[in-house]
Design a protein around this ligand. Structure first.
Ligand SMILES: NC(=O)c1ccc[n+]([C@@H]2O[C@H](COP(=O)([O-])OP(=O)(O)OC[C@H]3O[C@@H](n4cnc5c(N)ncnc54)[C@H](OP(=O)(O)O)[C@@H]3O)[C@@H](O)[C@H]2O)c1
Length: 242
């Protein structure tokens, strides 16, 4: 059965791997992102449809709606990232104003984006469907406003799962550790830091976007219908649970 899937931030890294997985499966996949060129290139490569959207912007999310299928089987809230890696200068702001701007940027990019997108499409989600949001190991290890946003995402997901459960829709978070082959770090990952991240795992390897795609695919599959309100850690054992 062909399913309708929305993958936010689907042009690069984890989102691209997730979108590719579903497209290969024969599903109808829509990918979004802010930059048109990489988004269209990715969509063409994997056989998806591209729609430019900034998921932190309510007007942009409203403009996205008419371009989506009337019914959605799977929503993957993947758009996000560590906005501190891309922050601008003080722009005449006081230090506290800069702090507030930069803190809000991570909350908007990683928490509001998922909540806003889910709110916009919730009526279109079908029975038997799934919402999967991409969290981070940073939620458990602590990482300033980025980790706080990802921790908030997991908390928000609990309420979402409670709301959607009676409609037979699951809601879960996949929480990656260090994943290579993404644009996440920009030029902020030194060889030493990369080596440390890999040494911190039990498996001694970096995660790959396909590792996350596999976990997302499982949570959106018939095999996972009794799994909801959970965080699935995919981190090579860097952070374990009891
Ligand atoms: N890589 C890791 O080690 C790692 C670890 C833990 C969690 N994560 C999480 O995994 C998710 C995917 O990141 P990634 O590692 O694959 O990095 P990535 O390659 O930078 O992918 C992020 C994607 O999201 C899009 N995006 C960001 N903000 C957006 C917005 N406001 N609206 C629409 N699209 C937006 C970006 O495209 P545009 O810039 O064109 O919008 C980009 O395609 C993120 O939520 C990230 O926090 C990553």
């Amino acid at each position: 059965m062909t399913r309708a899937i929305l993958v936010t931030g689907g042009a690069t890294g984890i989102g691209l791997a997730v979108a590719r997985h579903f497209a290969r499966n024969g599903d109808e996949v829509v990918v979004t992102g802010r930059r048109q060129a990489p988004l269209e290139a990715a969509a063409k490569e994997i056989g998806a449809r591209a729609v430019v959207c900034d998921h932190t912007d309510p007007e942009a999310v409203a403009r996205l709606l008419p371009q989506l299928p009337d019914r959605l089987d799977v929503l993957v809230n993947n758009a996000g990232g560590q906005t501190d890696f891309r922050r601008s200068g003080a722009d005449g702001l006081t230090p506290l104003e800069v702090f507030a701007r930069d803190f809000r940027a991570n909350l908007d990019a990683n928490l509001l984006s998922a909540a806003l997108t889910t709110k916009a499409v919730e009526d279109r989600l079908t029975a038997g469907g799934a919402v999967v949001s991409i969290g981070s190991i940073a939620a458990d290890k602590g990482s300033g406003s980025y980790g706080a946003a990802k921790a908030g995402l997991a908390s928000w997901n609990l309420d979402l799962a409670r709301q959607l459960g009676p409609r037979d829709i699951t809601a879960n978070v996949v929480s990656p550790g260090y994943i290579a082959d993404t644009e996440f770090f920009g030029d902020h990952l030194t060889p030493e830091r990369r080596a440390h991240l890999i040494e911190s795992t039990m498996l001694g390897r970096p995660g790959r976007p396909d590792d996350i795609a596999g976990a997302v695919a499982f949570l959106a599959s018939p095999a996972a219908r009794d799994i909801t309100a959970q965080v699935l850690n995919v981190n090579g054992g860097e952070h374990g649970t009891r």
